[in-house]
Design a protein around this ligand. Sequence first.
Ligand SMILES: O=C(O)[C@H](O)COP(=O)(O)O
Length: 223
Amino acid sequence: MSHLILIRHGQSIWNDKNLFTGWVDIPLSQKGIFEALNAGEKLSKFNIDIVYTSKLARAIQTALILLSKLDTQKTPVIIHTKGKMKKWSNYASSIEIIPIIQKKELNERYYGTLQGLNKKEVGLKYGEQQLKLWRRSFDVAPPGGESLKDNLKRTLPFFKQKVVEQLEDGKDVLIVAHGNSLRAITKYIENLDENQIIKVEIPTGTPIVYNYENKIFKDKVIL
Ligand SMILES: O=C(O)[C@H](O)COP(=O)(O)O
């Protein structure tokens, strides 16, 4: 049996200010840093084999902080895939590592022209119903941005190919990503329909653990 651990990044500075963030690369707030440390403590006994993050700093920052709390001799190493960064990040083969791999497929949904706007003010201007459709519906895209369906189209092929392959291999996989890229993954692994996914909220800095066995995700625990 292997484990899949999903975690949304800790609170970012724009989460704190209640601004739409999407692909704007905003770091963690101080509260977010504490959330990441706390998540690391909760996960300290897991034998994590591989970490996938998005390309966004708030996810990478969360992963690095969290990994500092793990009770392991393995060294977290950010894997570079191009040019000299790849070639010159060689090391002795006796070293055991936890690879950290950054994938744009795990990025938050692109929030289009809403990025940088205050969520409460958008609700007042366009109405709560419209705000909810933009934020939580499956297929209504925010202006110029990605719907959850669009987000799912880029996140899910990556998840099914790369992550499931690792789980099949008996590896414990940690994914550090975002509210909507994780909703896309959750829709798939919990087999939720387009109405059920509307209600799914992923809190910041909270590990969600599934056991994976015989091609089935089961025994979900929120730590
Ligand atoms: O991008 C953002 O603003 C948040 O990370 C997720 O936003 P949401 O909860 O409005 O989908």
